[in-house]
Design a protein around this ligand. Structure first.
Ligand code: C2O
Ligand code: CU
Ligand code: CU
Length: 464
C-alpha cells in the first residue's frame, strides 16, 4: 500500500467521508472564493426539508480553508430573498470585514454582493455565519467551518471538520418555527435532529493507526454540546476556540464531558486504532445519558503513527495582556433580564416583537440600527479586564468579535487560561477576562444563543 498524504486522504478516502464531510473549498489554487448564499432543500432522512439556506445546492455550506498570513478574498453574493451579511467568527480581522450590519457594514441586499478581504493572523478552527436575520438563516443551516491552516503543515494524516448543529423538524420534515418565545425567555429552544455536517448519525472514515485532527465546531443556535469520546481512546485536546492550548484540557469522557457552548470549537488529535473497521462513537451527553451522534470508522492498513510524533502547534501571534494594567481598568458587563420590552424593528436584519434580555440593563436586539453607545470604550493598545456577570439562572456563551481574551478567575470554578473568543457563563457566574485592546473598531459582544442575542443580549465594545 502506498503512503497516502493527508490531502489524498481528504479527497480520496471514500464516498462516505466525502459525503459526510461536505465539500471543501481550498485556497491553494485561487485566493478568491465565490460564495453565493441561496435557498436549498436537503433530505435529512425520509423526505426533503425545504427552505434551508446554504452556500451550495442540496448540501451543507462548505468547509472553507484559508492559510495563515495569506490574504483571502471572499466574495459573498446574496442569492437569498432577504438581506444578509457574513461574519467570520473568531478571526481577528479589520473591523470593516466583520460582517455586522450597521455596526461595520450596510446589510447586503438580495442580488447584491460584498467583498470580504482579510489576512488571517491566527491559524486554527473558526467558522462563519450570517449576522443579519441571524436566527432564521442559522436555523436554516447557513453555518460552516472556516479553517486557517498553519503556515507549516503540522503533519496530521487526516483533518476533519465536524459541524455540530441541530435542526428543528416537524414530522413531515418541514422546518418548525426557529424558536419559541418561551424558550427565548429561558434557556433557549432546542432542535430535535442533531447533525454532523448536516448528516444524521454519519459514519466518517478515518485512516487506521493514524493521527487524525478532529475539529468540532458547535454552530447550533442553542444547544450546549457535552462532548464525550471513549475513555480508552488515545488522543489529546490540542486547541480550544481556535487557539493552541496553553493549559491542558482533560480528555472528554461520559463522566466528564467537554461543555461547548454555541460558537465554540475544540481540536482533538485522535490516534486511531490499528485495525481496519474499528468504530469510535462520538457522544453528546444529555444529563447522564450518552447520545451517539456519529461514528468514526477506520479504513486501510495501519499508518503506525505515534502520538509522540506530534510537534506542538505553534502559538498564534496575539498580544498578552499586561495584568497589572488590566486589573486597574475593569469594565463590568451584567447579563440579565430586561426591565422593559422594546421590540421596535429598525432595519433590514430582523427584530422580534419582544425583548427578554439585556446587558447592563439595556436591551439591544442585535443586528439592528443603534444603539450608538458602546458598552465600553477602550484605548487602543491598553490591557483591560471585562467582568462578565451573569444575573440569570440560564447559561450564556458570551462572544466578543475581533479580539481574543483570557479567562482570569471565576466566582464558581477554576478557569483555564486558554485564549478564546467565547466564554460559556454558568448560572450566576461572574468571570473576569483579560484582553489587549489592539484591534480598532466597534466589536459586537453578545450571547451566542441566538434567540437571546436577538431578544436583547447584545451590544458592542469600542476600541479607539
Ligand atoms: Cu458567531 Cu457575532 O457571532
Ligand atoms: Cu464572532
Ligand atoms: Cu444567552
Amino acid at each position: 500500500m502506498t503512503h497516502l498524504t493527508r490531502r489524498a486522504l481528504l479527497f480520496a478516502s471514500g464516498a462516505a467521508t466525502l459525503a459526510a464531510a461536505g465539500a471543501q473549498l481550498q485556497a491553494a489554487a485561487s485566493p478568491t472564493f465565490d460564495l453565493r448564499a441561496r435557498r436549498t432543500s436537503f433530505d435529512f432522512g425520509g423526505g426533503p426539508t425545504h427552505g434551508l439556506a446554504s452556500l451550495a445546492d442540496a448540501a451543507p455550506p462548505p468547509v472553507i480553508r484559508l492559510k495563515q498570513g495569506q490574504p483571502a478574498h471572499l466574495r459573498l453574493t446574496n442569492g437569498l430573498d432577504e438581506y444578509s451579511t457574513m461574519h467570520w467568527h473568531g478571526i481577528r480581522l479589520p473591523n470593516a470585514m466583520d460582517g455586522v450590519p450597521y455596526l461595520t457594514q450596510f446589510p447586503i441586499a438580495p442580488g447584491d454582493n460584498f467583498d470580504y478581504r482579510f489576512t488571517p493572523p491566527d491559524a486554527g478552527t473558526y467558522w462563519y455565519h450570517p449576522h443579519c436575520r441571524t436566527m432564521a438563516k442559522m436555523a436554516q443551516g447557513l453555518t460552516g467551518a472556516l479553517i486557517v491552516e498553519e503556515a507549516d503543515d503540522p503533519g496530521f494524516d487526516a483533518d476533519i471538520a465536524l459541524n455540530l448543529k441541530d435542526f428543528r423538524l416537524a414530522a413531515d420534515h418541514s422546518l418548525l418555527p426557529h424558536f419559541t418565545p418561551r424558550g427565548a425567555a429561558r434557556g433557549g429552544t432546542l432542535g430535535n435532529v442533531t447533525t454532523i455536517n448536516w448528516q444524521v448519525m454519519p459514519v466518517l472514515d478515518v485512516p487506521a493507526g493514524a493521527l487524525v485532527r478532529l475539529r468540532f465546531v458547535v454552530t447550533d443556535v442553542t444547544r450546549i454540546f457535552k462532548l464525550a469520546l471513549p475513555s480508552e481512546a488515545s488522543g489529546r485536546i490540542i486547541a480550544w476556540d481556535g487557539q493552541p492550548i496553553e493549559e491542558p484540557i482533560g480528555w472528554p469522557t461520559s463522566d466528564a464531558p467537554l461543555w461547548m457552548g454555541p460558537g465554540q470549537r475544540v481540536d482533538i488529535v485522535l490516534r486511531t486504532p490499528d485495525t481496519e473497521g474499528a468504530e469510535i462513537p462520538l457522544i453528546n451527553m444529555i444529563g447522564r445519558t450518552p447520545h451517539q451522534i456519529g461514528t468514526l470508522r477506520t479504513t486501510g492498513p495501519s499508518l503506525a503513527r505515534d502520538l509522540r510524533d506530534l510537534r506542538p502547534l505553534p502559538r498564534n501571534p496575539y498580544a498578552v495582556p499586561n495584568m497589572a494594567e488590566a486589573e486597574k481598568q475593569v469594565h463590568e458587563l451584567v447579563f440579565g433580564w430586561t426591565p422593559e420590552g422594546n421590540g421596535a424593528n429598525n432595519g433590514f436584519c430582523g427584530t422580534y416583537e419582544y425583548t427578554f434580555w439585556s446587558i447592563n440593563r439595556a436591551p439591544w436586539p442585535g443586528d439592528a440600527q443603534g444603539p450608538s453607545t458602546p458598552l465600553a470604550t477602550l484605548d487602543r493598545g491598553k490591557s483591560y479586564l471585562l467582568r462578565l456577570r451573569n444575573e440569570s439562572p440560564n447559561l450564556h456563551p458570551i462572544h466578543l468579535h475581533g479580539l481574543l481574551f483570557k479567562p482570569v478567575r471565576s466566582s464558581l470554578r477554576p478557569v483555564l487560561a486558554n485564549y478564546t473568543d467565547t466564554y460559556l457563563l454558568m448560572k450566576n457566574e461572574v468571570v473576569d477576562v483579560a484582553l489587549v485592546a489592539d484591534n480598532p473598531g466597534d466589536w459586537a459582544l453578545h450571547c451566542h444563543v441566538i434567540e437571546h442575542q436577538k431578544t436583547g443580549l447584545s451590544g458592542f465594545i469600542r476600541v479607539t
